[in-house]
Design a protein around this ligand. Structure first.
Ligand code: SAH
Ligand code: SF4
Length: 384
């Protein structure tokens, strides 16, 4: 299947159930074009943009400076509604997990993780995932579909709603809790690159959601062809789910390694635009007991990453029902970290957040299923 036909097959519905087109996710030029169909001048598009991304309104009726008949027209033809909140769970550590239903009922999770000096929203890019990393709960949910740019953005906008972070007349949006975005929710963002890119451009736009690219991190399991594009077009921070120091071990827990083996992946990392000691790549390494946690694995990792400006985040494995893996013991993780640190790498151990509500890394999964398994391959790289 070609990339284009994959994108079509798994795309978000173009309209909601009432036939309304989503306006969220259109870039400024597209918004102008959409409204020009109704003979509306550019300044109307500017006004609508401002209401959507500066004021966070959820319906056209609230757009006070638009004429009444225009508000009615927009309400009939377009949608700016948020996804429906299905459940909200709050962890004892302050983490909040939302299960959100899109207009066709498909569900994804988004997680807000408050910390002392920042607040990070973990955003999903797909319903399910084509990849089947053995340690990942999302990987047990076959890809249902890609999220549209509007559905990716709406997760951020929903979080701003709940956290009360839209600027008001009194408050210009200073002191927000939501400061950072990580594309580390459900799905592989680089297998839905176009929608992710569109959404992140609006997130980064000073006239959009205005979240700096320095505060946005995209995590990939290693879709090599899109890594360069991501660096060139978006310039966001890059995180790589590495999880093993050799091809043999990595392929056994991450099948994508058969397609893009380590030397190709690390070449792409070394060439990542903007890479420097100030802007390092983050390698994620999940600590799996007796699988990838030996001292020898750490030493191999040091060799593998030699001369690459990076840090290594050690992630204690987050258990989920039926995974078959266990988390490495604390002492083992400490010994592993010591070897990396002695070699000069930062190797922080990521403190698990929201484990009690299955909101931690790799625990996300929604009940959404596809009705029929597609006959063709789901993997966009299996291009015939
Ligand atoms: N698909 C992308 C982004 C989502 S996963 C990717 O794989 O990078 C976010 C991170 O959680 C990845 O590093 C992933 O490997 C890791 N992860 C998956 N399952 C995990 C688990 N059970 N415990 C800890 N981390 C996990
Ligand atoms: Fe998909 Fe990432 Fe989970 Fe692998 S780790 S199955 S790429 S979500």
């Amino acid at each position: 299947m070609s990339l284009a036909s994959h994108a079509r097959k798994f795309s978000a519905p173009p309209t909601d159930a009432q036939g309304r087109i989503p306006l969220v996710g259109l870039n400024p030029e597209e918004l102008v074009e959409a409204l020009a169909v109704h003979d509306l001048p550019k300044f109307r598009a500017k006004q609508v943009w401002h209401w959507i991304y500066h004021r966070g309104v959820r319906d056209f009726a609230s757009m006070g400076n638009l004429p009444k008949d225009l508000r009615a027209l927009l309400t009939e033809k377009y949608s700016i509604e948020r996804p429906k909140l299905v459940t909200e769970q709050r962890s004892s550590d302050g983490t909040i997990k939302w299960l959100l239903a899109m207009s066709d009922g498909q569900q994804v999770e988004a997680v807000f993780i408050p910390e002392a000096k920042r607040g990070t929203l973990c955003v999903s890019s797909q319903v399910g995932c084509t990849l089947t990393c053995k340690f990942c709960h999302t990987g047990t949910q076959p890809l249902v579909r890609n999220l549209g740019a509007h559905e990716i953005l709406q997760q951020v906008m929903h979080a701003r709603d709940v956290l009360g972070e839209w600027p008001t007349k009194e408050n210009a949006g200073e002191g927000r809790d939501l400061t950072n975005i990580v594309m580390m929710g459900m799905g592989e963002p680089l297998y839905n690159y176009n929608n992710v890119a569109k959404a992140l451009k609006i997130c980064m736009d000073e006239d959009g959601l205005n979240i700096s690219k320095r505060r946005i991190t995209l995590s990939t399991s290693g879709v090599v062809p899109q890594i360069m594009q991501c660096g060139e077009e978006l310039g966001v921070n890059l995180a790589i789910s590495l999880h093993a120091p050799t091809d043999e071990l990595r392929s056994s827990i991450m099948p994508i390694n058969n397609k893009y083996p380590l030397h190709e992946l690390l070449d792409a990392c070394r060439n990542y635009p903007g890479l420097s000691d100030m802007r390092r790549i983050t390698f994620e390494y999940v600590m799996l007991k007796d699988v990838n946690d030996k001292d020898e694995d750490a030493r191999n990792l040091v060799k593998l990453l030699r001369d690459l400006p990076c840090k290594i985040n050690l992630i204690p494995f987050n258990a989920w029902p039926g995974s078959g893996f266990e988390c490495s013991e604390e002492g083992r993780i400490a010994s592993f970290a010591r070897i990396l640190e002695h070699a000069g790498y930062d190797a922080p151990v990521r403190r698990p957040r929201g484990r009690d509500i299955l909101a931690a890394c790799g625990q996300l999964k929604s009940a959404s299923t596809r009705l029929r398994k597609p006959a063709e391959s789901e993997n966009p790289d299996a291009i015939s």
